[in-house]
Design a protein around this ligand. Structure first.
Ligand code: IVH
Length: 681
């Protein structure tokens, strides 16, 4: 292909991909299948690889990130990023409107918008191309996070049409949708990491990550609320926002022009309740004067414009009585104080319990049993106590002392310097920690023994059959068969019967047997060493190659591993010095679990000779490249697209539905990762 041809193809593909991306992420109206989109993206990637001189920094291929920043450059805003005056009072909204009407003799039109609860961003477009994205910072200067913003699919890298001004700045809010937030926190919990308290913190934390490929995984979105520049097409805010929508920017459908106070209050009232239907958080509505000329007449105070105000919704809050405080022990030993409350109706559901977070917050609130407390449901899912009605404190109420010993096992609690939570250090003998560790051990991303769910682990523990992971491998048919327990209904939970009949017992034993093939890095992750999540486990496994070598590593050897810091090194060292852990590892080794990285050469064969494979989705035992290598090492052939010549599709998690349909239509065998492993066994 000549360079000219490549240029033409790259340009056509980029245009199409930008357009499809917009239809999918901004309009939510995709017109091609995921499969076709992926094919086009792959074509473009291949062309860019072949002709690197033609690759564009705003290419659709940039959405996946990969640019790594060492630190962010500080950039001065061309137009300072001001904040809005805000109020929780409808009276003050009325005053705001009347004050404006007094100042402006002609009719005033207002624009009502949602107040997005995320992180502000300023995006500069020059000649229609996104050239710079800067966070708010202190309002004067912010961090340049352009590479990260390019991974947000609802942000166009190239504006549509050609009616945009040469140089404009678009302001908006970066948000993490609820669905992304829940997904992220689930992953964090699995990896023993602190979950984010709310979507705003998650969005802000994500936008400040240095590796843009990681940001791409966070599935952020961006809503636009402001257009700035010298040569805007219209003389008012609303029309410019609508123009921005034509340029491909993500402007909400819920923007309204209002002329009367009643219309404004209708808008406020509607969104005060309808906000629960959105997939992102809003914390109020913003009311702006529409005309730029009138805006200019009104001017600014030191911090904010006089032509706009934010009406903030009150967090939904109720008052109730604090009956008692429980202390819950999590699977990592972290203690959470939980308030038992006189039941109260809050935001549509009855609340009986609320979190008190930790000892510091409890002390700050000075909560006492018998107090009237304020309970709120904010962006967080779990209700929380936010204050005490001191005027109603019973005379006999005593100050609350945080517990010193674990409510489950009696061990003295510890609190590490710099950490807010108290921990029970008795990780191997404290019941919820034992059960939590076992549940983690069998979980899908660890040893993947799905025949042993949560209820079964609980029963095995209660019957005294297992105390640690190695005990699982000492189970046999006779010990398991016939075990049964009825768990009565409790709170929101229905009655459950856990019972080990013939089939269940056999499946458990098979699951345990199969787990002996799980690769070393996942065995290491399964041990549940604090701070050793999936990624850290993989790094340690790859670096040291075996459990033996890792156990022999000293502090210097550990911190020499890329991205392993003192906190992780300390935790690993501490874990392996305990004799009970050494014994656990040696028993697991005796039972036949993988204690070394797999040796590639051992896997070679000609079992797949003459067969062609398409690999799709993500896998539990292999990376995508790993599975392709295994295909090759066993004589098979990898092909990138499904066609009549494909013999097998190896389907992992998240395989696109269109690929699936295509394979089915062509009658190609779709096999799971497990099927594949059996083929090369
Ligand atoms: S307009 C000069 N509109 O609220 C005023 N801001 O306190 C420019 N925000 O930093 C802001 N939704 O991050 C505006 N519809 C909206 C908004 C909005 C959320 C945020 C924004 C700003 C803060 C103002």
């Amino acid at each position: 292909m000549t360079q000219e041809e490549a240029r033409r193809q790259i340009s056509a593909l980029s245009r199409q991909l930008h357009e499809h991306n917009y239809k999918y992420y901004v309009l939510s109206q995709p017109v091609i299948s995921d499969y076709d989109f992926d094919q086009k993206l792959k074509q473009l990637e291949a062309l860019e690889k072949q002709f690197p001189e033609l690759a564009d920094p705003n290419s659709p291929t940039r959405r996946v990130g990969g640019q790594i920043n060492k630190e962010f450059t500080q950039v001065r805003h061309r137009y300072p990023m001001l904040s809005l005056g805000n109020t929780y009072s409808r009276e003050e909204v009325r005053d705001f409107i009347e004050r404006i009407r007094k100042h402006i003799s002609e009719e005033v039109e207002f624009v009502c918008e949602l107040k997005y609860d995320g992180v502000a961003i300023g995006m500069r477009y020059e000649s229609g191309r996104l050239t710079q994205s800067v966070t708010r910072g202190d309002g004067e200067t912010g961090d340049e996070v352009t590479d990260n913003v390019k991974t947000i699919h609802s942000v166009p890298l190239q504006l549509h049409g050609n009616s945009w001004p040469e140089d404009i700045e678009i302001r908006g809010e970066v948000l993490m949708p609820h669905t992304s937030f829940e997904h992220l926190n689930r992953l964090k919990a699995q990896n023993d990491e602190m979950p984010f308290a709310n979507p705003r913190n998650a969005a802000s934390g994500s936008l400040k990550m240095l590796d843009s490929a990681e940001v791409a995984k966070r599935r952020l979105t961006c809503m636009v609320y402001f257009v700035l520049g010298e040569a805007l097409p219209h003389d008012n805010h609303y029309d410019n926002l609508m123009a921005a929508r034509q340029w491909g920017l993500n402007v909400s459908d819920h923007i309204r022009r209002c002329k009367t106070i009643d219309e404004i209050f209708d808008y406020i009232n509607h969104w005060d309740t309808a906000r629960t239907t959105l997939d992102f958080d809003i914390d109020g509505v913003v009311i702006k004067v529409n005309s730029y000329r009138q805006q200019q007449q009104l001017g600014f105070t030191a911090k904010s414009p006089r032509w706009a105000i934010a009406y903030k919704f009150k967090a939904q809050r109720e008052t109730t009585r604090l009956l008692s405080i429980d202390y819950q022990v999590g699977r990592t030993g972290a203690i959470t104080p939980v308030a038992n409350l006189e039941p109260v109706l809050l935001a549509g559901s009855t609340v009986k319990r609320a979190t008190l977070h930790n000892a510091d917050i409890m002390q700050e609130l000075d909560v006492r049993i018998g107090d009237s407390v304020f309970v709120e449901k904010g962006g967080e899912v779990i209700p929380k106590i936010v204050g005490v009605d001191l005027a109603n404190r019973p005379a006999e109420a005593q100050p609350t002392e945080f517990i010193n010993t674990c409510p489950e096992c009696g061990t003295a609690l510890v609190r590490q310097p710099g950490e807010v939570a108290h921990y029970c250090p008795n990780e191997d003998h404290c019941p919820p920690q034992i059960k939590g560790k076992l549940e983690h051990f069998i979980s899908r991303r660890a040893m993947d023994i799905d025949s042993l769910g949560e209820g079964k682990i609980e029963l095995l523990y209660e019957k005294g059959l297992v105390e640690n992971a190695a005990d699982l491998y000492a189970l046999n048919y006779d010990k398991l068969f016939g075990l049964e327990k009825v768990y009565p209904a409790e709170g929101d939970r229905k009655e459950r019967i856990v019972s080990f009949q013939k089939r269940a017992t056999e499946k458990i034993l098979q699951g345990l047997e199969a787990s002996k093939a799980v690769p070393f890095q996942r065995v290491l992750f399964a041990l549940g060493i604090r701070y050793v999540g999936e990624t850290v486990a993989r790094k340690l496994a790859e670096h040291f190659g075996s459990m033996q070598a890792l156990m022999e590593a000293d502090y210097d050897a550990l911190v020499a591993v890329h991205e392993i810091g003192e906190r992780i090194a300390g935790s690993v060292l501490e874990w392996f010095t305990r004799p009970e852990h050494q014994e656990l590892v040696s028993r697991l080794k005796e039972y036949g679990l993988q204690m070394e990285m797999e040796k590639r050469a051992a896997a070679q064969s000609q079992k797949l000779a003459g067969k062609s494979f398409v690999v799709s989705g993500t896998f539990a035992h292999f990376s995508r490249d790993g599975i392709k290598e295994a295909i090759q090492a066993n004589g098979g052939r990898n092909i990138s697209a499904i066609s009549g010549n494909t013999d097998y599709v190896v389907a992992g998690e998240n395989m696109g539905p269109t690929k699936f349909a295509k394979a089915e239509k062509l009658g190609i065998k779709i096999i799971s990762e497990e099927d594949f492993m059996k083929m090369i066994e």
